[in-house]
Design a protein. Structure first.
Length: 403
């Protein structure tokens, strides 16, 4: 079933006959259902949480994903991939395993995977964030016995500004540049983050130009009914010299320093949108004028709230700050262990030193039972064993205790 090689150490918790998901060299595997979730090697059957390249790969015999992922998956993996789609909350049964998909709030079509078999319920989160952004259905906690969670930003220093604060900051930067007659170039990931920025900015400030990698994904979002403002290519006749002096430019990080960027003038102001901008020094290393703290992953409070909201007693932690989150959850009474995976940071922008508000009641979309409102875990790990060496951008040099 598998082919190729991959240099990944599978440091998985000891599996038992009761485990609905185990780690294999191909990816996260469901033994009773004989399928994988976001496998990184070719397999016969793959359930895909979303279309980012570290989770959706070519070569699988059959794909199952959310309906809204069809456009991005076919664009990225090929129009002829054997793809089966499923709306949120609908159940399919395969070899006795009931499988359903539930909103993850990460990007368009992103989904948590709920597995039910033999009276046990496991949920694999994929990538997720907990604040709604208007471009995809918001994250919904799904009650389960075991929750497999990502931990991309699994350190207490990561705390995102609200949508309102974030876009007020971006709009103010763009407006100042437009009034000064210079373009505003904002580097951001082409799938998800770019559309979130388009949805949130004040398009009355000026025209919006997008890189060629961004516009095809805008079309997918528009086709799914997500409202986005008009966008232009730099070659459009309407984008004359005067228009380019007032424009907002959205481009992937790979466009930085390319000849394409020279079209906007030597005095263009550039910025980078990423959760890693929370870490002091990231903006300087990126060589940009501004850094906006913006991520499509959960921050530390979001991770705490999501884990608590599932009611799970068993937590499996994947890609990110795995040892930190595992230790923190263990010290707070949960059975937490690590799944080593091949998932990464889709932006490719993680800093070198970070390796590898109130919560309302929700309704469980599967069992239709009220999930009690909960409080997030305490602010962060408390121990005298050491301190992190990561400093928070915009704050005094106060390191947070490390678990």
């Amino acid at each position: 079933m598998a082919c190729g090689t991959l240099n990944v150490l599978m440091s998985a918790p000891p599996s038992s006959a009761n485990d609905l998901v185990i780690a294999r060299p191909e990816g996260l595997y469901c033994p009773p259902g004989d399928f994988y979730i976001d496998p990184w090697r070719p397999v016969d059957r793959a359930v895909i949480t979303h279309a980012h390249s570290d989770h959706a790969r070519t070569g699988h015999g059959h794909y199952l994903a959310h309906t809204d992922s069809a456009g991005t998956l076919r664009q990225r993996l090929g129009a002829s991939i054997p793809l089966q789609t499923l709306p949120y909350g609908e159940v399919v049964e395969h070899q006795g395993v009931r499988v359903s998909l539930h909103p993850a709030g990460h990007v368009l079509g992103s989904a948590q995977v709920r597995l039910e078999h033999g009276g046990r319920v496991w949920v694999a989160s994929g990538d997720y964030k907990t604040e709604a952004d208007g471009t995809c259905p918001p994250f919904e906690p799904v009650r389960c016995d075991t929750f497999i969670t990502e931990s991309t930003f699994g350190l207490p220093i990561y705390r995102w500004p609200t949508q309102a604060v974030l876009f007020a900051d971006i709009n103010a930067w763009w407006r100042r540049n437009a009034e000064a007659g210079r373009a505003s170039v904002l580097l951001c990931y082409a799938f998800g983050k770019a559309q979130r920025i388009l949805h949130g900015v004040d398009a009355s400030i000026g025209p919006i130009v997008v890189h060629g990698a961004v516009e095809p994904l805008n079309a997918v979002y528009r086709a799914a009914g997500v409202p986005l403002p008009p966008t232009h290519r730099v070659t459009d006749p309407a984008m004359d010299r005067e228009a380019l002096k007032r424009c907002l430019v959205l481009a992937p990080p790979s466009a930085q320093g390319t000849p394409w960027m020279k079209r906007f003038g030597a005095d263009a102001s550039d910025a980078f949108a990423s959760g890693w901008m929370q870490v002091r020094g990231t903006r300087r290393r990126r060589g940009v004028d501004r850094g906006f703290v913006m991520s499509d992953h959960a921050d530390w409070p979001g991770l705490m709230a999501a884990i608590k909201g599932t009611g799970a007693e068993h937590i499996r932690v994947t890609h990110g700050s795995v040892p930190v989150l595992v230790r923190w959850l263990t010290e707070n009474g949960l059975d937490a262990q690590a799944f080593e995976t091949a998932y990464g940071d889709e932006d490719g922008e993680a800093p070198a030193q970070d390796n590898a508000p109130s919560v309302r009641a929700e309704t469980d979309p599967v069992r239709a039972e009220p999930v009690e409102a909960f409080k997030a875990f305490p602010e962060g790990p408390s121990t005298s064993s050491g301190r992190t060496d990561i400093e928070v951008e915009g704050k005094a040099s106060q390191d947070h205790p490390a678990p």
